[in-house]
Design a protein around this ligand. Structure first.
Ligand SMILES: [Zn+2]
Length: 225
């Protein structure tokens, strides 16, 4: 038991080192009191009723409570991800074999809430990187995407955060992130109903146009249509 505790401590120290003084993965669990929850439910209920939803049926009586819970769960990225925090130093493997080519992972599905309308935007992320000393598994990349997607955000910041955090965590030679998403805030209201927004983010070695083309060709091929 004592040995296990020592091992955990060592891992966390490694993480702090990897993080290089910033805290992109910091755990900061939200703390909302029962009184506050009750107040929020009343407020949301008032809005729902004013907008046309009756709250006196068996199906809708708990809707304000369920809505808030769903909203809270959808923004769990603000709480951090303890598994992500401990996984990087232990699971990051030796990247020498892969150092000369790019590794492409995806599509990784995500749903986020746009910070302008608090409505979902959803789609896929592709991540490419040219490894330095370390590589990382796709399950951890999925966690990384979720950590930043489950917040109120915009597509641009989501891509920047994924790219910059990956740079900090595994110090690759370069990172590419491509996000393709549909935004419900435009679709639900009848404007740009079928539009999808694609953004790409480049770091380090991806200044090279050949690497970019390879990444774009491959991710385009993989994109779920
Ligand atoms: Zn929006």
């Amino acid at each position: 038991m004592l040995n296990e505790e020592v091992a955990v401590t060592t891992q966390l120290e490694n993480v702090v080192e990897l993080r290089g003084g910033h805290a992109p993965l910091a755990l900061a669990p939200r703390d909302i009191s029962a009184a506050a929850w009750g107040r929020y439910e009343a407020q949301i209920g008032e809005i729902f009723q004013a907008f046309g939803l009756p709250l006196d049926t068996p199906g809708t009586r708990s809707t304000p409570e369920r809505f808030l819970r769903a909203l809270y769960d959808s923004t769990a990225g603000y709480d951090g991800d303890p598994k992500l925090l401990t996984a990087f130093p232990t699971e990051a493997g030796d990247g020498h074999a892969a150092a000369f080519g790019q590794i492409i992972e995806g599509p990784i599905a995500f749903t986020a809430l746009c910070e302008h309308h608090a409505l979902p935007f959803h789609g896929h992320v592709h991540i490419g990187y040219v490894a330095g000393e370390r590589i990382i598994g796709i399950s951890k990349l999925t966690r990384l995407v979720r950590l930043f997607a489950r917040r109120f955000t915009v597509q641009e910041r989501l891509g920047e955060q994924i790219a910059d955090t990956l740079v900090e965590l595994i110090e690759p030679q370069g990172v590419a992130v491509r996000i393709e998403a549909s935004h419900l805030c435009t679709q639900m209201r009848g404007v740009e109903e079928h539009s999808r927004t694609t953004t790409t983010f480049w770091r380090g070695a991806f200044e090279d146009s050949e690497l970019r083309r390879e990444f774009l060709d491959e991710t385009h091929r993989r994109t779920v249509r």
